[in-house]
Design a protein around this ligand. Structure first.
Ligand code: PMP
Length: 420
């Protein structure tokens, strides 16, 4: 499969060599790297992307959830064109900022006040820093398999070992007893708990409700602040995954599609906590950032939430994802090797593993060569997805594209069954 890949993508190979002269690994986003070399894309429209080698793929990556609207959604295009005409590095407050903030506060009941950043990583950086300062307790609890940004990746949750200089306590995901024991051990020093209500990068592994409730209860009882990282999962219901579980974090971080596909991050929560950022107050926390209110993000983000991914659109979109995942999982059930699809709604991940998937440990022994083969097989069948097997739906994907994915997965199963 790898030699066919090289033969089919000569221009991408040449591009990778040129890029490697000026960027380590020819790349500036570790997750997009893919041996022997990544494919370079040149264009995108609707639910399709085109490569430098002239191949067209159905986009099932959905830019790791940021691409929910698909490519060049007309409503977003119009909002951005209008912004383009009006000027974009103005160095002042703009009205679209208030509009996007209001839409977010209306949609996520736990977010009474919100502030913007340029990425999910930055949103987490600020939310954690604020929680640490407010509680005046140094330790930050994170979970194995968690991913909160390139410098917030824990035990297999992301691409590398670089870690922001916080005093982290690494706890076992979905393990109530193990986590509670750790929390109790460091009780006096823990001020912050950060958790993804479904681990995304770690492999679409949902947190169990009881586990999240344990974190909520412990944080409330010990004066710690609970942060839900909903950078990816905010799409799963109108009020995010927290609304599905009926569990209210103190702070929430957002990112990805909410900026309409432009650079975006946000953090928000209880008014009493967020007011610490009010610059008119003495001793206010600083939160600056040249591009925090960048015109394109504010305009596209607001148009998207107001007119496209409305609360009414959220349910049906994710229901289609659930139905697709069940069909894919049924196809995987016909494999004579370990294979399954995990996830919720419009987010899913293939795992070459049999049995329950409750933590990164369950999938650590996933059959790696099969996962690689799956990726190349999908590309050969015109499916663009994450190398690690993640699939995120976008709004323009229709039943015909779903059928193409199902056929590709079925042909993979058939192919590997014949080898087995
Ligand atoms: N948190 C989660 C849960 C994420 O999935 C990501 C990105 N994949 C981030 C934070 C970081 O967001 P960004 O890439 O915008 O910095």
């Amino acid at each position: 499969a790898s030699s066919r890949y090289t033969a089919a993508n000569p221009k991408s190979l040449a591009q990778h060599r040129a890029a490697s002269e000026v960027m380590p690994g020819g790349n500036t986003r570790s997750v997009l790297f893919s041996a022997p070399f990544p494919i370079t894309l040149t264009a995108a429209q609707g639910c399709r992307v085109t490569s430098l080698d002239g191949r067209c793929y159905v986009d099932f990556l959905g830019e790791y959830t940021a691409g929910l609207y698909g490519h060049s959604n007309p409503v977003l295009c119009q909002a951005v064109s209008k912004a383009l005409e009006g000027g974009w590095v103005m160095g002042g407050h703009i009205r679209a900022e208030e509009e996007l903030a209001r839409l977010i506060c209306e949609r996520f009941p736990s977010i009474e006040l919100v502030r913007f950043a340029n990425s999910g990583t930055e949103a987490n950086l600020y939310a954690i820093s604020a929680a640490k300062a407010i509680t005046a307790k140094p330790k930050v609890v994170v979970f194995e398999g968690g991913y909160h940004g390139g410098v917030f990746t824990f035990a297999g949750g992301g691409p590398g070992p670089l870690t922001a200089p916080f005093d982290f306590v690494l706890a076992p995901y979905n393990d109530i007893d193990g986590t509670r024991a750790l929390l109790d051990t460091h009780a006096d020093a823990i001020g912050t708990i950060v958790v993804e209500p479904m681990q995304g990068s770690g492999g679409c592994i949902p947190a169990e409700r009881g586990f999240l409730q344990t974190l909520r209860d412990w944080a409330s009882a010990h004066g710690a602040l609970l942060i839900f990282d909903e950078v990816m999962t905010s799409r799963l219901s109108p009020g995010g995954l927290q609304q599905v579980h009926g569990i209210t974090p103190d702070l929430t971080t957002l990112g990805k599609y909410i900026g309409g596909g432009f650079s975006f991050g946000a953090f928000g929560g209880r008014a009493e906590l967020m007011r610490r950022f009010d610059p008119s107050q003495p001793g206010a926390f600083g939160h600056a950032g040249t591009f925090n209110n960048n015109v394109f993000t504010m305009a596209a983000g607001a148009a998207g939430l107001r007119e496209v991914y409305t609360p009414a659109a959220v349910g049906p979109f994710n229901a289609r994802g659930d139905a697709l995942r069940k069909r894919l999982d049924a196809i995987a059930g016909g494999a004579r090797f370990p294979m399954q699809f995990t996830g919720l709604g419009s987010m899913m991940n293939v795992h070459m593993h049999r049995g329950p998937v409750r933590s990164i440990h369950d999938v650590a022994h996933s059959v790696q060569p099969l996962r690689e083969l799956f990726y190349f097989h999908m590309l050969e069948h015109g499916i663009w997805l994450a190398r690690r097997g993640m699939i995120n739906l976008s709004l323009p994907l229709g039943e015909a594209e779903f059928a193409q994915l199902e056929d590709a997965v079925a042909s993979f199963v058939e192919h590997c069954n014949a080898l087995a």
